[in-house]
Design a protein around this ligand. Structure first.
Ligand code: ATP
Ligand code: MG
Length: 460
């Protein structure tokens, strides 16, 4: 059996509840109208009989019944002497005159189709002679009223239940419309693979609207990350193609020149250099892929930043000398931070490599590191080619290079260094900024907390 939809379930529940409430109301009415109406009639009957007592006069040894009304408000009054013989008044037609009198008691008498309410009062103290006063009223009018009320209810209640069911169904139908829209959008995306589709509800600001907005927002993020992923794959393949073509070309050349050892060695050297470059590129790509999936493991330990900085500078001195660049340092001793050593080395290496790569022949580089409160502040400055202000915001993007043609062929990077630098800094809870003037030089400033603060998972 097909499971019931939430719409149907709500409507059935709601209608069932209304029907139950209506049945309870009907039950209460059937049970209580009778009592209320009879009770009310009983009170009227007693009042009427008591009023009659007031109206009877005893003048000159006889009763004066002139003021009496023997029929009022449906109540018939009859007067009996103390021997219970009727002396005045009237009994309603169909009411038996042989019904015995009981003082101060209400009796319900049935004769034929008619029910009667009878009240008798024996009055012995008001006049020299005692009298019985009897009031009789038909109960049928009350019973008819009750039947009428119940009949109206029985006819009206199914209509009310139907109305409630229809209204409930309309409301749930309207409330669930956005849900169908959400389901339809999801199905559309699934069948077409088009992530640009959105639900875009009217903005009623209710819970479902919130859900749709969250869904749209999630689709935005998903679309963006798919775009990034595609871009990343295409850029990565592009970057890998260049060294691979060089390797292929030199392998072919080496094979042709296999009898010429000098040419073969040259070719092998180029192949070696390109392979190293590819290894560096692949390791950068791997790191970036891991940061994307938040699986990059940082091994936090206490490290001496001053020592690491000096080590990195030593390692790059030869490269700097090849361009006759002098490295000036102002590094405070024993700057201790809790950090991932490999990442910190990579951070300094990338920044220094850039300073050399984009530095000027016979130029200089200044490296400074010092403690300020709970952070180590660092700066790496060069007097190289600089970066135009228009390009500055983009340098942190993956694969971005201001002008790839301005580097020598054997020293081409992939434009990944700074995006890795930014991720390392942020994952340690620090900050980095850049100032640069084309033709004059570039200054990178960064801060690294002594103890890593909770970092935001930034995507480069
Ligand atoms: N010190 C600097 N002086 C001038 N331009 C710079 C400097 N540092 C970075 N840039 C510019 O920013 C771009 C991005 O730098 P990034 O380090 O990310 O990539 P790359 O050095 O080109 O390649 P990779 O670092 O992956 O080997 C560089 O291509 C360069 O144009
Ligand atoms: Mg670089």
């Amino acid at each position: 059996m097909k499971p019931l939809s939430i719409k149907t379930k709500i409507t059935v529940w709601y209608t069932g509840l209304i029907v139950l409430i209506l049945c309870i109301i009907l039950g209460i009415l059937a049970f209580s109208t009778d009592r209320v109406l009879v009770f009310e009639l009983q009170r009227e009957l007693e009042d009427e009989v008591y009023d009659i007592v007031e109206d009877i006069q005893y003048v000159d040894g006889t009763f004066d019944f002139q003021k009496l009304k023997y029929f009022d408000d449906g109540i018939s009054i009859s007067i009996y002497n103390k021997e219970q013989i009727q002396i005045k008044g009237l009994l309603p037609s169909g009411f038996s005159s042989s019904v015995p009198l009981y003082n101060n008691q209400i009796q319900t008498i049935q004769s034929g189709e008619v029910h009667w309410l009878v009240y008798d009062l024996y009055v012995s103290t008001n006049w020299p002679e005692a009298l019985w006063i009897r009031g009789v009223v038909s109960l049928n009018a009350s019973y008819e009223t009750r039947t009428y009320i119940l009949l109206v209810c029985v006819i009206l209640f199914p209509f009310l239940a139907l109305l409630a069911a229809f209204g409930g169904w309309l409301i749930t139908q309207k409330a669930f419309q956005p849900v169908s829209l959400i389901r339809k959008t999801a199905a559309d995306i699934e069948s077409s693979g088009d992530l640009s589709k959105r639900i875009q509800l009217s903005g009623s600001k209710d819970e479902i609207d919130d859900l749709a907005q969250t869904f749209d927002h999630m689709l935005d993020q998903l679309e963006l990350s798919f775009q990034k992923e595609r871009q990343f794959t295409s850029d990565a393949s592009h970057e890998l193609r260049t060294p691979l073509s060089v390797i292929l070309a030199h392998t072919e050349y080496g094979l042709i020149q296999r009898d010429n050892p000098v040419e073969t060695v040259d070719a092998l050297q180029v192949i070696q250099q390109q392979t190293k470059k590819m290894m560096a590129l692949v390791s950068s790509l791997l790191l970036l892929a891991r940061t994307d999936h938040q699986s990059a493991q940082l091994d936090f330990e206490t490290v001496n930043l001053s020592e690491i900085a000096n080590m990195v500078i030593d390692e790059l001195t030869l490269t700097a000398q090849s361009k006759n660049i002098t490295i000036h340092t102002a590094i405070e001793d024993n700057l201790i931070i809790v950090a991932d050593q490999t990442s910190i080395m990579r951070l300094l290496l990338n920044l220094l490599q850039n300073a050399i790569r984009y530095g000027r022949q016979n130029g200089w580089i200044k490296v400074e590191l010092h403690q300020l409160k709970e952070d180590v502040l660092g700066s790496i400055e060069d007097n190289g080619i600089g970066i135009a202000s228009d390009n500055l915001p983009q340098i942190w993007n993956r694969f971005y290079q201001v002008d790839p043609s301005r580097k020598s062929v054997e020293d081409t990077g992939a434009g990944l260094g700074l995006s890795i630098v930014k991720w390392i800094i942020e994952s340690h809870g620090g900050q980095i900024s850049v100032e640069s003037l084309p033709g004059q030089g570039t200054l990178f400033r960064f801060s690294l907390p002594n103890r890593p603060r909770h970092h935001t998972d930034s995507n480069m």
